[in-house]
Design a protein around this ligand. Sequence first.
Ligand code: EPU
Length: 429
Amino acid sequence: MDKFRIKGGKALRGTVAISGAKNSALPAMAAALLTAEPVALHNVPKVRDLITMAKLLACMSATVSVTDLPSSDYVIEAKTLNHAVAPYELVKTMRASILTLGPAVARAGVAHVSLPGGCAIGARPVDLHLKALEQMGAEIATEHGYIEARARRGRLKGAHIVFERITVTGTENILMAATLAEGETILENAAREPEVTDLVALLRKMGAQIEGDGTSTLRIRGVEKLHGAEHTVIPDRIEAGTFLVAGAITGGDLTIKNCAPEHLGAVIAKLEQAGVPMETVNKTTLRVRGAKKLVGSYMTTEEFPGFATDMQAQYMALATQAEGTSAITETIFENRYLHASEMVRMGANISVDGRKAVVRGPARLSGTTVQASDLRASAGLVLAGLVASGETIIERVYHIDRGYEGIVEKLRAVGADIERVHAPSEYAA
Ligand code: EPU
């Protein structure tokens, strides 16, 4: 398993280009199952989760071709979709595989998707996805670890769905299913994340009739057929936020280009509150500099437009360097503080009590060997490593490879002392 070796203490300076959003590219790829015509996607980041999604779509009989330069372009063509099965071998490595369920049952009338198992950051059930599909006339059965969704009389029907809680992939799944359902579907308490809005933009290009994007009520009038389309995925707001924190805590001066500042409002506000000088250079570029003094504050994770849970670990890394007390509340996932104990091993003063974490700073972090537990926790540990004295080794970085394109290369290009160590498997002969 690969590791990262970081020698901390370098101020990061220069320009970083942000890649396409993983969490936008995932539903966009799944949406290609809704039509027999090719869907071309640009700005798809080169990360493991999208390779997994490509394999999954291939398993479900779609043809996926990838051209490599300048950034990944995917063309997905699902000419036929008769027996759509998403197998456990792929689903177990990526929970977002559930995104194939809605489009597959809407198009083929029946779909089998393995039930995603547990997850390091929380139980993450898919009950709200299934309940909504049932409301649309699907019969749901779970047997031998697989969800079988079957549309009565072969086609889903429009329904009025009120989500009990906001779910991002749940909204995306049902939105996709509704585009081919008979009649009108109304989704209330829908997620308003930019990735949902980006999916609406793609679906509309494919011929879907949707109103209300960007709000918590989506209205979809089902059509008989969708057609092919071409779409450019939005920039990854979490990657951009991670680099903003990197510039801020290393006392550097980073220009973050190809990003969407309008998706980063809550992150920018929190960084400014912590004393970080920020500047919106233009519609796609931000500049961040190191604070003279970072100050602790409170932060609560929320659905968009609130502060994203996917930036919580990175904010915690920043809080270790801030003067005073930072109080963090995680409201989205029940177990998303696994990075805290690793940061404590590096010298941070953090106490966790359920969904609340209190960080007292500034702490002098010192390098040691730490374990990455999930994608965003890994990003938090990389940031901590960038300010720690001496050498930090981060193990299990396959987590970070799931969602950050070329993070080592991007950090090195702006002056970080970081390298990937290719470790041979302990079990290799
Ligand atoms: N939930 C349920 N039942 C459901 C669905 C969700 O109880 O049927 C709960 C979840 O357990 C969680 C909350 O609702 O407590 C919100 O979960 P949500 O469904 O919104 O999360 P998700 O759609 O599975 C997406 C992102 C995550 C991101 C969350 C929250 C993708 C592919 N994943 O997950 O991204 O943290 O929304 O914003 O879009 C990541 O990129 O590292 C990542 C984990």
